[in-house]
Design a protein around this ligand. Structure first.
Ligand SMILES: [Zn+2]
Length: 215
């Protein structure tokens, strides 16, 4: 396991020492541009850690809590796609295996609440009535909250994914091909930062220029 401390320290160093990275760091705090994702890659020992931050719109096509069957399906599908590393990145060489992946898309996760309601009531007729009345009230409430949210924060959501790879011949890893451009057509550009124990760099990648060189 790569240490988070190393990763944080490395990125901090990167941010402090190169102007390009400082720009990326500034973007991370303010801008949320659809089609533009950020990627951080760190190599330490035999491990490669990758973290990706993308507007949810560019991955699932919306940026709110999934509620329709289509949205829930899109959310589930995207989570599954992201959990297979080959949909996201392919290393040039190095015999790398994915050891762990974490997908964080909290703003999109559907509410489990409705399912518990269904099982609470024995009488089907009573249930229908109750559910209807409750449903309308709930909808109204949600719309109100959503409206307020729009005004104050803007209706945006992001997806954050982390990967940890173990590479048996890490010295052979000279680059990473970002296959996520093929998986998610909504992505137009990726701002990437990378750091090894000896070197660091930054690059902007696109669907036609998707190879991140690491040496
Ligand atoms: Zn957005």
């Amino acid at each position: 396991m790569i240490s988070n401390t190393f990763f944080t320290r490395s990125l901090l160093l990167l941010t402090l020492t190169t102007p390009v990275s400082a720009d990326v760091a500034a973007q991370e705090q303010s801008a949320h541009v659809h089609g533009l994702a950020e990627l951080m890659l760190a190599i330490e020992g035999e491990h490669i850690q990758i973290e990706i931050l993308s507007p949810a719109e560019s991955i699932v096509g919306f940026e709110h809590q999934a509620s329709t069957p289509e949205e829930i399906a899109a959310y589930m599908h995207a989570k599954e796609q992201l959990s297979f590393a080959e949909n996201v990145v392919q290393f040039s060489d190095g015999d790398c295996q994915l050891e762990s992946v974490t997908v964080n898309a909290q703003g999109l996760a559907p509410k489990p609440e409705k399912q518990t309601h269904k099982h609470d009531h024995g009488n089907a007729h009573a249930h229908e009535h109750h559910h209807h009345a409750h449903g309308e009230k709930e909808k109204h409430h949600q719309e109100h909250v959503h409206h307020e949210h729009d005004e104050h924060h803007g209706a945006h959501a992001e997806i954050n994914v982390s990967y940890d790879f173990h590479c048996h011949a890490i010295e052979k890893v000279s680059g990473a091909s970002l296959t996520l451009f093929e998986t998610f057509k909504g992505l137009e550009k990726i701002s990437a930062m990378w750091v090894t124990e000896q070197k660091q760099g930054a690059a902007t990648l696109t669907p036609t220029n998707s190879m991140l060189n690491l040496r």
